[in-house]
Design a protein around this ligand. Sequence first.
Ligand code: AMP
Length: 217
Amino acid sequence: MNIVITGAPGSGKGSRTPIIEKMFNIPTISTGNMLRAEVEKGTELGLAAKGIMDSGGLVSDEIIIGMLATRIKESDCRTGFILDGVPRTIVQAEMMKAAGIKIDKLIVVEVPNEVIVARLSGRRVCSACSEPYHVEDKKPIQEGICDKDGGELVTRKDDKPEVIKSRLETYHSETKPIIDFYKDEASVSYIDANRPFGEAEKAVREAFAPKSKEMIK
Ligand code: AMP
């Protein structure tokens, strides 16, 4: 099961992938997290990507697809994977197709723009494991500290208001067209993520449930 989860930045993709991981026992590959790890390590790739990421731009398609192609060769991806944040452009989707990466399922997480702005400006992430929190909706047990590994919670540089606006524009112009790209190849499901987080699991399960037509058969 090869899955792509897409949606605007801050739509809640990262909060939903652990639910899908457990359902299918497959890993999530987040190109954003991979890039942040490179920045953290100070690698050549990290140095090249940092400025682009901080300003909310997109890292080159070649770098992203090269990184992805290497990652999915690892043994934990044998039975499938969840791609979070990739493909981000039609060119990336085409490069993936050319590399033989077939997608079975596309999940589109939908949230109105104004909700996204409120969410992202209150988002905090663990500096060690990237686990997302929110200053009002998903507080850690101890303020400023990750529940999972005790890492320090920080605001991402690209969660500043002016950068959020530009990232949203990029999502609508560059990334949304991939929904059309996959409509024949993959089964497409939409998740309305403008609901209380407690309903997230139900919404994700519904997205994978057989269509009522198939259930009748
Ligand atoms: P994310 O955590 O998915 O929001 O990604 C953070 C940043 O990493 C993005 O704003 C981009 O600068 C970069 N990035 C992540 N994935 C991609 C991708 N597939 N294509 C281009 N840039 C990406």
